[in-house]
Design a protein around this ligand. Sequence first.
Ligand SMILES: [Cu+2]
Length: 269
Amino acid sequence: MRREPQYTWMFLAGVLVAIGCGSRPQDAAATSQEQGGAKPVRLAQATEGSGVAPAPAGSGTIRGTVKFSGAQPAATHIKMDADPQCQLQHKEPVSKQDVVVNPNGTLQHVFVYVKSGLEGQTFAPPADAVVLNQHGCMYQPHVMGIQVGQPLEIVNGDATLHNVNCKPANSKPFNIAQPVQGMKSKKQFTAQEIMVKCACNVHPWMAAYVGVLPHPYFSVSGEDGGFSLNRLPAGDYTVEAWHERFGTQTKTAHVGDGETASVDFDFSG
Ligand SMILES: [Cu+2]
């Protein structure tokens, strides 16, 4: 019993010595981290965790308009009578989407992309999927772009059977049935291709076109006929506009850092 206080003191002294001795390596480690020892470790971990390096992005822009100077085609309505589920989703008759001229005289559904000028640069595909929906027996969107290796999510928004028959020449073709509303399928394309056509064999009017590129610089002309290729590195580019009926046109453009170049296309039909 008498020796207990001594043992207690010795124990406490031992702990204090241990803390005192231990503090020096910790301080030394903290100092080395402040001098740069920790930062490279954190960066390395972040890079490994995300799987890929962040895509380089510039500050240049190429934008413009796709005009249409041909005779405006008459709208052709699609006959959906064969499948009541199709027309149920539409209040008005649905027009074909191959030639859509906007009220301002521009052309919709034109795929505009950087055809050359990015050689030697690599752009990691986004992890976020591009969605191709089937709604009212129409593809939404009708024309779209995606990066090589980026997930493509195909969704059946209809209470009817669709099959999605995509026939790329450079990637593995696929043909999947989606009999139930809400079904989702994930696919991807493994090689560049302008353009991949996807169609439904149940509803012969259904067609979608997918531009597959190794970079993110693409755009589709919308209801105002405009397109914009954003965050381009400074450089000289060839830009191509593709339309399913009227073929392709190319233009060249130079953009510097922070600059915007204007490029217009004009399809005459
Ligand atoms: Cu279908």
